[in-house]
Design a protein around this ligand. Sequence first.
Ligand SMILES: C[S@@+](CC[C@H](N)C(=O)[O-])C[C@H]1O[C@@H](n2cnc3c(N)ncnc32)[C@H](O)[C@@H]1O
Length: 298
Amino acid sequence: MIYLIIPQKYSSRFVEYFKKNQVDAKEVEECFLELDTNDYALVNNLISKDFVSRYISRMFFVDKKITNIDELQKINKKIRIQVYPKIQENKVLEKLEERGFDLSPTEFEEVLSVVYVNDQCYYGLLNKKHYFRKIHEKKIARAYYKIKQLVFEKQIKLDNKVVLDVGAAPGGWSEYLKDHVEKIVAVDPAQLKIEGDNIVYFKNKIEDVISEVNNYNYEIIICDVNDVFYSVFNNILKLNYKNKQLIMTLKFSKKSLKKINQDVEEIKEFLKMYAKDVEILFLFANTKFERTLFCVLN
Ligand SMILES: C[S@@+](CC[C@H](N)C(=O)[O-])C[C@H]1O[C@@H](n2cnc3c(N)ncnc32)[C@H](O)[C@@H]1O
């Protein structure tokens, strides 16, 4: 088994994310997610993406069950220990120290995880090179992680593509895309904080530069404008939208989950006229009042 400590508000998104990647997951305790697999390589690949790892505070790999920590066989390597729940950590540390385990939080070869859950005790050892650590890189905007997850989940091909980025400022989406696409046409009346040889920037509202941007042969339209879906979509229909992939943030100002789900269904229904492959995702970096639309416009 693999266990993750995550913020509770992300638990349904984690379950969904793992399900899409053929891993069964469930929240066994508040903020504590159980992954029903010992395929560490697969899970490591999934959680090492920064759009996911930033929400994980700890990962435990356990593959053996014991009734008592005293049953743990002596490990003749330098180990770092991590225990869930944290309140048990000192007790486990003391017992292992008494038995002469070589413990060090910094100079270690293996990580020993001990997990107490469902009245059972589990443990597992993992080489240091697999030890989960968060990657912290400063990005221009949280939005960076939305486009990165969406591109990963939908396997969107970006090579040699021109992308129209509507509502581009401050530049999180462009920051991610500029290293992957041929050109970005960025449109926003607010200041874009990112530059690049492959970024063309219109400091305007999209409705005021339709003919100028339509001179570019864009194949993907991305749109993160803070406005209700129907009015933003009206502007999209003025673009060269046919056969283009559309990625768009849907904003639902302070509504209940039930109302958001209703609105999502209405938007899907509405889009039947205009698009195929419609999917509305709840990405890790979406606020609880946002979803992200992916579709291909007819
Ligand atoms: C949430 S921010 C976009 C964040 C951006 N995707 C990023 O990654 O940094 C929304 C942006 O939409 C812009 N916006 C609002 N109305 C717009 C319009 N009619 N045309 C273009 N941009 C607009 C705002 O100026 C604002 O910068």
